[in-house]
Design a protein around this ligand. Structure first.
Ligand SMILES: *Cc1c(COP(=O)(O)O)cnc(C)c1O
Length: 376
């Protein structure tokens, strides 16, 4: 059996090695390392894939969130509603920009923002909502967009874990996650569903003015060379990463399929196990399984983690400390937030290996090992 990893980037690379190596060498020979042709090509191809008007590539997913929030002219102290149950980048940039992160609870099934909790958290200072499509499952965008409309709020989708996923509204229209809100943000961190071979990210929008502004912000607020109209930052996607992403984008739908097949295998193996809950799949959205995350209702999580490790099966806790309990947010008195679902999930979630290269033998070994521990 091939060794089991949380993410197998090596074997994924080997399948497309020839194409990738050629594309990288082409960039090396062109020496157009910044803003070379593949950067705009990738932006155009991704825009077509997402059916969104504008894609502005940037240096990483954290910058994408920052650029989005900078473009919205938010004022210090403005409130931004976000989940606590997410990767720290989502909420870190809020604080970095001197905005106030307002942590709300998530839905127990989807692990994403709970619309009722969002509603209760709105104050006159609320300016934006940041739904995170965690683990590859879309948040309830119908309800979130409705709340945003009623209260005139921006919606910034953190799509870092759900690129390629979609969401169908009750009127039957289907949109890709990240193309629904005011701005969508994503990361191409190597382990993400569409991963570069280094850091990379992008923002997307259908708003022409916001697109122009974000493009400037990502490039020193520059309108033309050496004319700087806004305070921006230096956050460009480099050409080598763009060339790699351009190739990998063509494979994204197959990558998603492979992840979903692995998830199907796990789901079947864990069906009717009262001690564990398999990931919920919202009927009106395509779960792209960035992670396959179990909720352990009874079993001992540390014990399972150690048991699997003893068989060289990695497992991970995403995330061991929720945002509202992180030291970085002490100044906001964030730990006083009442987030019972977040706290409950934080104690019980465990993610199993999930990637495009898992084979039947590995999946069988992982699933049977989990079951052996759970039922011992
Ligand atoms: C990975 C990730 C980010 C940040 O992306 P980087 O490219 O690592 O900066 C932001 N939000 C979520 C939910 C993520 O998973």
């Amino acid at each position: 059996m091939k060794p089991i990893q949380m993410v197998d980037l090596k074997n994924q690379y080997l399948r497309i090695k020839e194409e990738i190596d050629k594309a990288v060498i082409d960039v090396l020979e062109s020496t157009a390392f910044i803003n070379g042709k593949p950067v705009q090509e990738f932006a155009d191809n991704l825009a077509a894939y997402l059916e969104v008007k504008h894609v502005i590539p940037c240096a990483n997913g954290t910058d994408a969130l920052q650029i989005a929030m900078m473009a919205l002219d938010l004022q210090p102290g403005d409130e931004v509603i976000t989940p606590s149950f997410t990767f720290i980048a989502t909420t870190e940039v809020v604080a970095l920009l001197k905005l106030k992160p307002v942590f709300v609870d998530v839905d127990e099934k989807t692990f994403c923002l709970d619309p009722d909790s969002v509603r209760k958290a709105i104050t006159p200072k609320t300016k934006a909502i940041v739904p995170v499509h965690l683990y590859g499952q879309s948040a309830n965008m119908e309800a979130i967009m409705q709340i945003a409309k009623e209260h005139d709020l921006y919606v910034i989708e953190d799509n870092a874990q759900a690129i390629g996923g979609d969401y169908t509204f009750s009127d039957g229209t289907t949109k890709k996650t990240g193309s629904i809100g005011t701005i969508g943000c994503t990361s191409f961190f190597p382990s993400k569903n569409l991963g570069a071979y280094g850091d990379a990210g992008a923002v997307f929008t259908n708003d022409d003015d916001l697109a122009a502004k974000m493009k400037m912000i990502a490039n020193h607020g520059q309108s033309k060379r050496y004319y700087h109209d806004l305070v921006g930052c230096n956050s460009r996607l480099d050409t080598i990463q763009a060339a790699i992403l351009n190739i990998k984008l063509k494979h994204l739908d197959n990558y998603i399929l492979a992840r979903r097949q692995a998830a199907d295998f796990y789901d079947k193996a864990f069906a009717n196990q009262p001690k564990i809950t398999v990931p919920f799949r919202e009927k009106n959205s395509l779960h792209v399984f960035h992670q396959y995350t179990l909720v352990l209702r009874e079993a001992q999580r540390d014990g399972l983690n150690q048991f699997l490790a003893s068989r060289n099966i990695p497992s991970m806790i995403y995330y061991p400390v929720p945002g509202h309990l992180q030291k970085m947010f002490q100044a906001y008195n964030a730990s006083s937030a009442q987030l019972p679902v977040t706290d409950w999930l934080t104690e019980r979630v465990i993610s199993l290996p999930m990637h495009t290269e898992l084979d039947a033998e590995q999946l069988h070994f992982i699933a049977s090992s989990v079951l052996e521990y759970i039922n011992s």
